[in-house]
Write a protein that binds this ligand. Structure first.
Ligand code: 6R9
Length: 648
């Protein structure tokens, strides 16, 4: 039995959901999903109320997912306008800049309405209409929130590209969704340094249609090049635009956003989320999972470039009329106490971050935490990867002071919101386990080989979901076949998460990590295929195979086996050059941590690279190499072992 940590009686007494309520609501959500979601669908405002609730099939070949399909709404009106009467002067967004000496900003719901409207009017003036795509390539600044909500206001579909991605990655996404405009900023300050976003966008736009407009937020005032007729000074035009823009009525199933994410094969996929179901689900999970109460200050440290930022900085909290904190900087600037300084400064009540950040700060010692008053904290959250016991304990003892429940939230870009997580007043935390499913979520563990459902309480296998939930992605942008193939072909009748999972004797779920060729680096998803194709695009590289390996801080690191072209000498300089190359091709998050020169790669006789073996070598686990007799040339394995990189 693992240790469990129930919330205090005081916490439970005030919680939205206690144990009895969880049981009752969970069971209602499963036995009568239509009745359950008909009720909870009302938590948002509809222009035309829905009469239909769930209409979804996971049948391979016909996958079709619809929620609240005949209802109409506007997401921006739900996140702003409906709060104006009751909380127009309340803070919606607290913005904390990268530089701790610069002033923080408190943006009220009324100001949010004005700024969003102004930006929406500028978009309209430049021809953006309902259904058009707009790519956002922005720092963590209030304009990122305005831009998301301005798109939603006019029914345009945003696609945020994380500001750490390269010009190439940006161009690919602009082209894939055929965006009409890009919204960017001059430069992005982070950790005291500046990323030249506009100049990256300029490079990307070389590879895009010359019709794509570029709306630039002059954030730092740094010098940039300017293309007349294409580039637009967004702040200046906002200042001149009307401060009110009526919202556009959209269907529940009209797309709200596209977010590109890595899979096991090919290029990143455009995950499509629609308006009604997504908003209901993001808002409901934000309230219940974090036990958010009116007036609380909620801080999710993610970047809006990831799904966590979409659902838990912007849409969930704002739909609930919450106070949400947006932080431009990094946890270690100007020092390793920054997170805690910000918690103390803004009296944060719920704090939500990733294990990789906890591990990095843990390494800096407890004095950074002790310096700051964390008495406002009521709850802590974790997301992005399994949290190891050391990090859990450190978080619990030093940040939560043993009195804050910790919610370990398992979910994905594809799921829109939390799937498996403790509800803090109802389910005791169990370090390392995401514990129980959220309302409406039916997890099943399947045997990876036979696809048989594991019916015992204790079980191990791959994690699938049996029934649709409102926040589920609907399709891959422009490629419904790929959507079905990726998520519904392997285990017929189920949504396949790509994760391995164990269920213990208490029925609690433990996510054991990806079972496909996706690696999780500092909580960010990378497809090994993407890094490989970047490497082989270099003139010195003949072949490359990339795997993950255990990394103390990042969770997983990127380990690349590289075969060079004939006559190319493996030098330290070339190694550095390849790392730099991948950073340029994809972005810094894809930088290989280790590159091993591999004169040969282990291949089957039909030429397939046996990644299983490469993974084991990278993990320093040679006892478990398995059968190597099917290899075309088994001797390459010994060579790779002799020259492996990450020996202690
Ligand atoms: C929200 C987000 C999804 C993948 C997912 C899984 C891993 C996320 C986790 C977790 C264990 C948790 N993951 N949360 N693993 N415990 N609490 O991270 O979305 O970037 O799409 O990544 O992250 O492997 O499949 P995304």
């Amino acid at each position: 039995m693992s240790n469990t940590y129930p919330a205090s009686d005081e916490f439970v007494a005030d919680a939205h959901i206690d144990a009895a309520k969880y049981e009752e609501m969970y069971s209602a959500s499963i036995t009568d999903p239509d009745g359950f979601w008909r009720e909870h669908g009302k938590r948002i405002d509809w222009i035309k109320p829905f009469t239909k609730v769930k209409n979804a099939t996971f049948d391979f070949g016909n996958v079709d997912i619809k929620w609240f399909e005949d209802g109409t709404l506007n997401v921006s009106a739900n996140c702003i306008d409906r709060h104006i009467v009751t909380r127009g002067e309340q803070t919606a967004i607290i913005w904390e800049p990268d530089d701790p000496k610069a002033p923080a900003r408190h943006i009220t719901y009324r100001e949010l309405l004005e700024q969003t409207s102004r930006m929406a009017n500028v978009l309209k003036e430049h021809g953006i209409r309902k259904g058009d795509r707009v790519v956002l390539y922005l720092p963590m600044i209030p304009e990122a929130a305005y831009a998301m909500l301005a798109c939603a206001r006019i029914g345009a579909v945003h696609s945020i590209v994380f500001a750490g991605f390269s010009p190439d990655a940006l161009a690919n996404r602009i082209n894939d969704c055929q965006a009409k405009a890009v919204i960017t900023a001059d430069t992005a300050p982070r950790g005291g340094r500046r990323t030249a976003l506009k100049s990256n966008a300029d490079k990307a736009l070389f590879d895009c249609s010359d019709k794509v407009k570029c709306l630039v937020v002059k954030h730092t005032g740094d010098q940039t090049t300017w293309v007349d007729g294409r580039d637009i000074d967004l702040k200046a035009e906002m200042a001149a635009a009307s401060p009110y823009c009526p919202y556009t009525e959209v269907g529940a199933e009209d797309p709200l956003f596209i977010l590109y994410t890595s899979g096991s094969t090919g290029r990143p996929k455009g995950v499509v989320h629609t308006s009604g179901g997504y908003l209901v689900y993001a808002a409901m999970t934000q309230q219940y999972v974090f036990d958010y109460h009116d007036g609380d200050v909620f801080w999710c440290t993610a970047d809006v470039g990831w799904v966590t930022g979409h659902s838990y900085i912007i849409y969930g909290p704002l739909a609930n009329g919450a106070i949400t904190l947006m932080f431009e900087g990094v946890p270690t600037y100007p020092d390793a106490g920054r997170f805690w300084e910000v918690c103390a400064k803004h009296k944060v009540n719920q704090f939500y971050t990733a294990p990789t950040a906890i591990r990095a700060l843990m390494g800096q010692g407890t004095e950074w935490v002790e310096k700051h008053d964390l008495s406002s904290l009521k709850l802590l959250g974790s997301v992005g990867e399994p949290i190891n016991p050391e990090a859990w304990n450190w978080y619990n003892e030093n940040v939560g002071k043993g009195r804050c429940p910790i919610v370990d939230t398992f979910w994905q870009t594809e799921t829109g919101g939390h799937m498996i997580t403790a509800l803090p007043g109802a389910i005791p935390a169990k370090p390392g386990s995401a514990t129980k499913p959220f309302f409406g979520v039916v997890p099943e563990i399947l045997d990876p080989a036979t696809a048989e459902v594991q019916t015992g309480t204790a079980a191990e296998g791959v994690l699938c979901i049996k029934e649709s939930w409102p926040g589920q992605m609907r399709t891959v942008w422009g490629d419904h076949e790929r959507f079905m193939e990726t998520y519904f072909s392997q285990y017929k009748g189920y949504y396949f998460t790509g994760d391995g999972c164990r269920r213990d004797e208490d029925g609690d779920y433990w996510i054991t990590g990806r079972v496909d060729d996706v690696i999780n680096v500092s909580g960010h998803r990378m497809g090994t295929a993407e890094v490989e194709s970047a490497l082989v695009a270099h003139e010195a590289v003949a072949e490359a195979a990339v795997v993950g390996y255990p990394h103390d801080i990042k969770g997983q690191g990127i380990y690349a086996y590289v075969t060079l072209m004939n006559n190319v000498e493996p030098t330290e300089e070339l190694r550095k050059d390849l790392v730099k190359w991948v950073r340029q091709e994809i972005g810094p998050i894809a930088s290989p941590d280790l590159i091993q020169w591999a004169p040969g790669l282990p291949k089957t006789r039909s030429g397939k690279i046996m990644r299983r073996i490469l993974r084991k070598i990278a993990e320093d686990d040679f006892g478990a190499l398995g059968d190597t007799s099917t290899l075309a040339d088994p001797s390459v394995v010994d060579e790779l072992i002799d020259n492996r990189m990450n020996r202690a």
